[in-house]
Design a binder for this molecule. Structure first.
Ligand SMILES: O=P(O)(O)OC[C@H]1O[C@H](OP(=O)(O)O)[C@H](O)[C@@H]1O
Length: 309
């Protein structure tokens, strides 16, 4: 698949989920770079910067995408020859993809420790990291039940219930607005993350913050499962996470909307849940309170402070 095909598929959400987007971006950069026949190193680096821009423009919120691109491009920028650049590009992209997959397994291991026998868990959207924790707990023999939301307008909940069904986990499928109704029966909520800011706020699928609010109201703990590359370095210097607003046609058919002259459809894909609503973030380095987000960005992502701005 060409870099442009990957970019199109990320934009249309055929490739979706913060972790998958990051892995596909790393793979696309690797294949694109190895296919280039540049005359000199500068030309190669310039072409790779252009390719990065194409990927970065696809979806603005999941910080896993710019983090993956930066991890790979740091090596390309630092290379001394074209051969060196291509070698480093291949090595870094491959190791990013491998680390990403291993991180999800580690998160599953750490996250499942927070799931008890008899738990009823609510999950929102379709998060590979969150589902990995739930499936691991089930594989460890814990008797659990899951409530999974529909996730309008893109219905990612359908992917979630299929995965849970195939894993043999008892699941109830509910509309998004039924989350508060069922929260009293739920004793743990687990979601993924698209971005985590320096102050521990979690940006995730629209509706997550409403779920967090009702979880807090009913004293149900909320756990977020997220790899360290979902922490947003630029929030250290005050940048806000850009919340993607997707086309109105995802929510309401254009044929209906065209007659409603005073109506505008709003379709934000994500919302922000403040740290105060989150009990724990499970990363591949271990479980941390959201207040430790800065440490993750500084110690584990390995960005130098100048790269934050
Ligand atoms: O990386 P994993 O845990 O799979 O997913 C993390 C998050 O990415 C998804 O975004 P979208 O559906 O691509 O908009 C969801 O918001 C999900 O919670």
């Amino acid at each position: 698949m060409s870099l442009y095909e990957t970019a199109d598929k990320i934009k249309s959400m055929e490739i979706r989920g913060a972790g998958r987007i990051a892995r596909y971006a790393a793979q696309a950069l690797k294949e694109h770079g190895n296919g280039l026949k540049p005359s000199d190193l500068n030309t190669f680096q310039r072409e790779m910067e252009k390719a990065s821009e194409v990927l970065l423009k696809t979806r603005p919120t999941a910080v896993s995408l710019p983090n993956a691109v930066n991890i790979v491009m740091r090596e390309v920028r630092a290379a001394g020859t074209i051969e060196d650049a291509k070698e480093k590009l291949t090595k870094t992209a491959d190791s990013f993809i491998e680390d990403s997959i291993n991180s999800v397994s580690k998160i599953a291991e750490f996250g499942s420790r927070h799931i008890k026998d008899g738990d009823t868990i609510l999950t929102h959207c379709n998060s590979e990291a969150a589902l990995a924790c739930i499936i691991k707990a089930h594989e460890d023999g814990k008797e659990i039940e899951v409530f999974a939301t529909e996730v309008r307008p893109r219905n990612q909940g359908l992917i979630t219930i299929k995965t849970l069904n195939d894993a043999g986990i008892k699941t109830s499928f509910i509309v998004d607005s039924a989350a508060r109704y069922y929260m009293k029966r739920v004793n743990l909520a687990i979601t993924g993350a698209d971005a985590i800011t320096v102050n521990g706020a979690v940006v995730n699928k629209i509706g997550t913050s409403q779920i967090a609010l009702c979880a807090k109201e009913s004293r149900t703990p909320l756990i977020v499962a997220a790899e360290t590359y979902k922490f947003a370095p630029k929030t250290v210097s005050g940048d806000l996470i850009d919340i993607e607003e997707r086309p109105s046609s995802e929510v309401l058919d254009d044929s209906i909307l065209k007659d409603l002259k005073n109506v505008r459809v709003r379709n934000p894909a994500f919302d922000v849940t403040p740290a105060a609503y989150i009990d724990l973030i499970i990363t591949e380095k271990g479980a941390i309170p959201p207040e430790m987000a800065y440490t993750i960005i500084k110690e584990y992502l390995g960005w130098k402070i100048e790269e934050f701005s």
